[in-house]
Design a protein around this ligand. Structure first.
Ligand code: GDP
Length: 297
């Protein structure tokens, strides 16, 4: 079983003589443990390297206060640095959905939790903000996905655009836009098609839809358990269609949340929400503090 970082570092420092300030050697020894902890949390190697470097310069020579041990001191510096890298403009209050009808484009790979997240967010907009939301599935290749969104809509009392067989994604998006205007909706959410891998057709479809509706937000849904893959997916989606924010799903799972740190450090995109289960209210705004705690174990 994984011991938490404080305990590990406690062990390291027990072997060192107590001094008034953290020496370069103390810090180096401690950071070896931190490095392992970050790698075990599935933070990508380049991010671990630059993170350790920055902590190293902050920790070396920093005074150790009487009330805490040197180990705790390093953990605190690491913790604070994690928060500073992770935090930014997260949270749904930052979503640009004020001018109705505001289009939100939902993108991501199949199985990432995109459709579930679309419904979770729609429910949240409705219950928390009193918004009228319309959802539409653009996944014309998978009728089951379209049905799934309609069923979720019924469960949460949010309208979905009626399914018309044979329509292409751009036509559906246009119809959603018109319906959202005529029907007085505040927000319309477009659940784009997912594939197992990013391919040219998937990207082209999302780009065509983007050009038609000019989304206020393009939210990328990624599986938080996939670690480095999640970051690669985000980089590619962002390069090709532009992403305004990220939703990390399955943060209720066994993963330690390292993907969040890599995501923020590599893509620079804010993580807006985390998915915490299959239920439709299992979504929360991203909190740097909580993820930092998880990464540190
Ligand atoms: P899509 O193919 O990307 O639209 O994925 P779905 O929305 O159909 O989700 C795939 C599966 O993941 C479903 O069984 C969801 O209930 C589940 N799921 C979605 N988000 C989460 C989450 O945050 N935590 C957990 N544990 N399961 C989730």
């Amino acid at each position: 079983m994984f011991e938490n970082l404080s305990e590990r570092l406690g062990g390291v420092f027990d072997r060192l003589t107590k001094q008034g300030a953290l020496s370069a050697d103390d810090v180096k020894t401690a950071l070896r443990e931190v490095r392992v902890a970050l790698l075990e949390a599935d933070v990508s190697l380049p991010v671990v390297r630059s993170f350790i470097k920055s902590v190293e310069s902050k920790a070396t020579g920093s005074a150790v206060t009487k009330s805490i041990t040197p180990g705790q001191q390093v953990v605190k510096i690491v913790h604070d640095e994690l928060i500073s890298v992770l935090s930014g403009d997260e949270g749904d209050d930052r979503l640009k959905v004020d001018t109705p009808p505001a289009p939100i484009l939902m993108v991501g790979l199949q199985g990432s939790g995109k459709t579930t997240t679309t419904a979770k967010l729609a429910k949240r907009f409705k219950e928390r903000d009193g918004k009228r939301v319309l959802m539409a599935s653009l996944d014309v290749n998978r009728p089951a996905a379209m049905e799934q969104l309609a069923i979720l809509g019924q469960q949460i009392g949010v309208d979905t655009l009626p399914i018309v067989k044979g329509e292409d994604p751009v036509a559906i998006a246009k119809r959603a836009k018109t319906q959202a205007s005529l029907g007085g909706y505040d927000i319309y959410m477009l659940d784009t098609a997912g594939r197992l891998h990013i391919d040219a057709e998937l990207i082209q479809q999302a780009a065509d839809v983007r050009d038609v509706v000019n989304p206020r937000e393009t939210l990328l849904v990624v599986d938080g358990l996939t670690g480095q893959d999640a970051v690669n997916v985000a980089t590619e989606f962002d390069d090709k269609i532009g992403v305004s924010g990220v939703v990390l799903t399955r943060m209720d799972g066994d993963g330690r949340g390292g993907a969040a740190l890599s995501m923020r450090a590599i893509t620079g995109k804010p993580i807006r929400f985390v998915g915490l289960g299959e239920k439709l209210d299992a979504i929360e705004t991203f909190e740097a503090e909580r993820i930092a705690g998880r990464i540190l174990g």
